[in-house]
Design a protein around this ligand. Structure first.
Ligand code: GDP
Ligand code: IMO
Ligand code: MG
Length: 421
């Protein structure tokens, strides 16, 4: 049995915190896509930790963690992260398993990411510059190197061959930064990676399922950044949606039980691309300030706006969401009035579906207003204590989406989560 936790917006919905909360109910936590572009924040004993490459279950001694075949893996980030986790007394050499089919991010992938972004000028995607797109391009282009290749005695010559190919591409971008430091680090980190548990991920997980183990698949990024269903081309390079679980771990669709979708009580986006409910004003600034909306991976200020029910309904449809977790509800505590987008106006027509090219249309959100609750909700522990206007806000979401909010997160700490009936 596999449950899935994934983002319903443009990432940073609070997936890390929620995975960490639910982890004790599972035996295996598995990342199925993305790479170190992810930044998942958790609090461990009051201390903030941001994870990029390893699953957010790593702080629970009884769970094991898998980096699945759908992930692109940067050995340097992985090594650093394993050391961070070790400082909390957890040795990932025991509890972390890595699929031999996961593709490697090479130093030249990072260089290519940077060169490609620079060449796009004003049209840049706003990539995290972690080498994600070039690594996935090498995967689909059938050139990439995989974790299992590290165990082959010819790895260095395969690496040099691919590096030369990348160098020719970098030359066309006139990119001439010295990447030899990254390369030294890379080969050091590769030795570290080789000491970890490199497994055949699909057997690892399916044997686990057959033995009755419970699996939690942890999504990175969010639905609107999905390579197929997101706001293309302003997306990431993987399937961030529930379909990605099957291809990114090797599990069959009928093994998936719950798809738990995470949404903020408002909306944010980092990087370029369309964002219909963006508030480029004082209110947006207030959301950013109260919500500490700065990227966990790059530190960039996140763009902020109201909740967009049109895109959330789309996300529920694509993912088959069965339960919703609404995070950062407490960030709205001080607002007098709240808004939710219930439709888009496009060329004078009211639209409730995500159009083909959101980026090229002039979209005006149609809003419904709600009264704020104007109350500190961060210490509330149970549903009955929630302000009436928050309950009304949630009921409206439930009705619009046809899927219920089952949990409200009212602060960044693990314990700040209210279960709804
Ligand atoms: P992820 O990428 O989906 O894991 O999310 P990030 O970690 O990038 O961003 C979420 C941010 O919100 C982190 O700083 C979390 O500590 C914080 N956070 C998560 N849930 C809550 C919440 O309910 N309230 C508040 N105030 N902060 C939260
Ligand atoms: P988590 O898992 C928010 C965004 C980037 C950029 C676009 C492409 O923490 O929610 P990429 O580096 O993938 O080529 O960047 O996607 N992006 C994210 N935004 N949260 C993330 O991950 C993201 N990962 C990538 O900002 O707009
Ligand atoms: Mg994040």
């Amino acid at each position: 049995m596999v449950d899935v936790i994934l983002g319903l917006q443009w990432g940073d919905e609070g997936k890390g915190k929620i995975v960490d909360f639910f982890a004790p109910n599972y035996d295996i936590i598995a990342r199925f896509q993305g790479g170190p572009n992810a930044g998942h924040t958790l609090y461990v004993g009051g201390k903030k930790v941001v994870l990029h490459q390893v699953p957010s279950g790593v702080f629970h001694e009884k769970t094991v963690n898998l980096i699945g075949n759908g992930v692109v893996l940067d050995p340097i980030t992985l090594k650093n992260e394993c050391n961070t986790v070790k400082s909390f007394g957890i040795d990932l050499k025991k509890s972390l398993f890595v699929s031999d089919r996961a593709h490697l991010i090479l130093p030249t992938h990072r260089a290519l990411d940077k060169a490609a972004e620079i060449s796009k000028g004003d049209h840049k995607i706003g990539s995290t510059l972690k080498g994600i797109s070039p690594a996935y391009m090498d995967k689909t282009g059938r050139n990439g190197l995989r974790v299992g290749d590290l165990l082959d005695k010819n790895f260095t010559s395969s690496y040099i061959k691919l590096r030369l190919k990348h160098q020719r591409l970098l030359d066309t971008f006139s990119f001439n930064e010295d990447i030899s430091v990254w390369e030294d680090e890379f080969f050091e980190a590769v030795e570290f990676l080789k000491q970890l548990n490199i497994v055949n991920g699909e057997y690892f997980i399916n044997n686990g399922i057959s033995a009755g183990k419970k699996v939690l698949a942890e999504g990175a990024q969010g639905t609107m950044l999905d390579i197929d269903f997101g706001t293309f081309p302003f997306v990431t390079s993987s399937n961030t949606t529930s379909a990605g679980v099957c291809s990114g771990l090797g599990v069959a669709p009928q093994k998936i039980r719950d798809v738990i979708g995470i949404t903020k009580a408002y909306c944010t986006r980092v990087g370029s691309g369309p964002f219909p409910t963006e508030l480029d004003n004082e209110t947006g600034e207030q959301l950013r300030k109260i919500g500490s909306e700065f990227g966990a991976t790059t530190g960039r200020p996140r763009r902020c706006g109201w909740m967009d029910l049109v895109s959330l309904k789309f996300a529920c449809m694509i993912n088959g969401v069965t339960k919703i977790v609404m995070t950062k509800a407490d960030v709205l505590d001080s607002f007098q009035e709240l808004q939710m987008c219930t439709a888009y106006e496009v060329n004078g027509n009211e639209v409730k579906e995500i159009p083909f090219q959101l980026a090229k249309l002039n979209v005006t959100p149609i809003y419904k207003s709600f009264m704020g609750w104007h109350k500190d909700t961060t210490k509330i522990l149970s549903e009955e204590k929630l302000p009436e206007s928050m309950q009304f806000y949630v009921e409206f979401i439930n009705k619009y989406l046809g899927v219920n909010v089952k949990y409200i997160s009212n602060g960044p700490e693990r314990e700040q989560l209210i279960i709804l009936k």
